[in-house]
Write a new protein. Structure first.
Length: 311
């Protein structure tokens, strides 16, 4: 994520999975909050957030976050790649000046690209961070004629910050879902969450906020006010993500489908053996050299198709 004025990097993220809302929220959190790295002063809530039309940028979650933080979302025009020139230029800088010098770099066309890997994901993330702070932020930009870090600190700009990191995490790293409190707790993703406070709110509608990376605990809000934290007894003391739960359900569904298909084939085979060959009518004798009757090929269970004169 780049600051449009200074071209300084507000935050970056490295991931192997496809772009998704949670990864975007994590990078936006790093962009807004103060950095722990010395000399990396870019932070603050942006006034305008320019994105493309990716599903991770047009999600309902990001719209809620933008409304809470008073951020105006602007998407690039579809089919107009020149609108993304600044960020694409930065990607090219990363590829040519940073990645090309790292151990295990394998450009397109290299045989066995996966076998060339020398860095794990945290090491790659750290290497990109060092390049941003030590090289990119200190070099004059070709358009602004100033180093991104120098242009950011010039003029004494004071960024707009959230009240606390806890408030920022609550907005960015949790997803809001409406639910109703039942006598046995709150139901979410087939799990049951309990808390003694909920006994006085049975039948009431609440907003559930949860972290997709850890579903052991959820936060409940009633009429805009924090109500309580609810715990899932089955997940207490463990950290289980939404992705793990969905993957487990998919595996269970595939196993059930395979089991049902196997049992169905066994039942069909037993029914065929029990039925035996089709009986031969007394007034007709089968031709020993002729073709096998179709009914005998299907075990005698196949019904003849009735034909009507008007069809």
């Amino acid at each position: 994520m780049l600051d449009d004025h200074s071209r300084a990097v507000a935050a970056h993220g490295v991931a192997l999975d496809a772009p998704n809302t949670m990864n975007t929220a994590l990078v936006l959190r790093r962009a807004i909050w103060r950095k722990t790295e010395p000399g990396w002063q870019v932070c603050g809530i942006p006034q305008v957030f320019y994105t493309d039309h990716g599903s991770d940028f047009t999600s309902r979650h990001l719209e809620q976050v933008a409304a809470e933080l008073n951020i105006r979302l602007v998407t690039y025009l579809p089919g107009r790649p020149r609108c993304r020139g600044k960020i694409e230029r930065f990607f090219d800088t990363i590829n040519t000046m940073c990645l090309a010098g790292l151990p295990g770099y394998a450009p397109r066309g290299t045989l066995d690209r996966a076998g060339q890997a020398r860095l794990n994901l945290p090491e790659l993330d750290e290497a990109i961070g060092r390049f941003i702070t030590n090289v990119y932020h200190q070099r004059p930009h070709s358009e602004t004629r100033q180093a991104p870090h120098q242009r950011w600190v010039a003029g004494g700009f004071l960024p707009r910050m959230p009240e606390s990191l806890q408030q920022l995490d609550l907005l960015l790293l949790t997803v809001a879902k409406p639910r109703k409190i039942h006598p046995d707790g709150v139901h979410l993703f087939g799990l049951r969450y309990l808390d003694p406070t909920l006994a006085a709110y049975v039948g009431e509608s609440v907003i559930v906020r949860y972290d997709p990376r850890d579903l052991a605990e959820i936060r409940l809000f009633h009429q805009g006010t924090f109500l309580s934290r609810a715990i899932c007894p089955e997940l207490a003391g463990t950290t289980i993500s939404l992705r793990e739960i969905l993957a487990s359900r998919s595996r269970h569904r595939r196993d059930l489908t395979a089991t049902l298909a196997s049992r169905r084939a066994t039942v069909d085979e037993l029914m065929t053996l029990r039925a035996g060959p089709a009986p031969i009518p007394a007034d007709s004798e089968p031709d020993p050299e002729g073709p096998t009757p179709p009914a005998a090929e299907r075990g005698g269970n196949a019904r003849r198709l009735k034909l009507y004169a008007r069809e």
